[in-house]
Design a protein around this ligand. Sequence first.
Ligand code: AMP
Length: 415
Amino acid sequence: MTIDKYNFAGKKAIVRVDFNVPLDENGKITDDTRIRGALPTLKKILADGGSLIIMSHMGKPKGKVNPKFSLGQIKDAVAAALGADVKFAPDCAKAADDAAALKPGEVLLLENLRFYPEEEGKPVGIDKEDPAYEEAKKAMKASQKEFAKTLASYADCYVNDAFGTAHRKHASTAVIADYFDADNKMLGYLMEKEVTAVNNILSDIKRPFTAIMGGSKVSTKIGIIENLMDKVDNLILCGGMTYTFAKAQGGHIGNSIVEDDKLDLALSIIEKAKQKGVNLVLGTDCVAADDFKNEANTQVVPANAIPDGWEGLDAGPETRKAFANAIKDAKTILWNGPAGVFEFDNFTAGSRAIADAIVEATEKGAFSLVGGGDSVACVNKFGLADKVSYVSTGGGALLEAIEGKILPGIAAIKG
Ligand code: AMP
């Protein structure tokens, strides 16, 4: 079923959203992008005359009740965003009566799903090496099904609009779908948009295709880097991984972040790019700092000749130019991960140069997809989020989808 075709009138819909929003120390939301992202789906259900049961996780409470991660903290913000009253069920697995009492147009927000270990379905308090682990895992899978069945029993239909967790086979993201027939389960609008954006990158590639991978480490991005190698014309690898590449090629990197066990991997990526005719763009100069802080002293040095006591925290001017050149004429662009420690205002230039070039290419007709928490934070920080084609809400889910993996949250609905 698709959400557009479904008439929610008189139905109770249970919707998995990603309301894992960042909170400050007073429990105030610092970025409500994820709440706003789910609104088209939630509003369609209410406008049709359906009632709404909203479920989400927040943070990592690891299967235990923890007020720090209570969704009760965001109830009023959800109500304000929806323009409707929101009731709160303080125990997501004991909400049957609250759900049954819902009238058309009413909204019930369930407490954090991850207060129950069944949500993630991983046995707690037992080591993977323990001989009893396999038994515990089996038992947990059985209680995960029961938990999912309980959630399913609240509603007539199920909508998954949580792209951020679509790569997880959790009770609320995948297992629950087994308790609804194909006509009563569907992806939400946000999820549909995400899937279309990924398809644009995977199947409808206009060339040249430039991918920009940044962030702190090569190890967490290797799957996608290898996958992209078969697809892209230009591959920019930036951020902290610059120095693993520089060291692998015999460079001196001072105190820069490095993965010493990934030097061979870095060399094999360089070799593979050559074989496949991919233009691999690595940083040649950097802004080095004498401390890991915004106010540190800085100097521009070659990325392979960083003095001892200094560390590369941002791309240098020559590198920024090279990045922009590989981006500005591209027709398809994917950006994941910053080019420097962008959280410090003095080390945003590399990420800024990338963002500006992406905006320029987008204005000339490129399709640009920005995804992953930190690159999204970058475009937001620069006020450029509405100048790129699509900003994905998914970090791990986006990367896995682009790696070509089937996401359990999508498979559970689409089959
Ligand atoms: P990741 O979680 O791997 O996507 O990495 C994101 C983080 O990488 C951000 O918090 C950046 O501050 C950090 N990062 C980017 N460039 C560097 C660098 N040169 N040195 C240390 N950390 C960096």
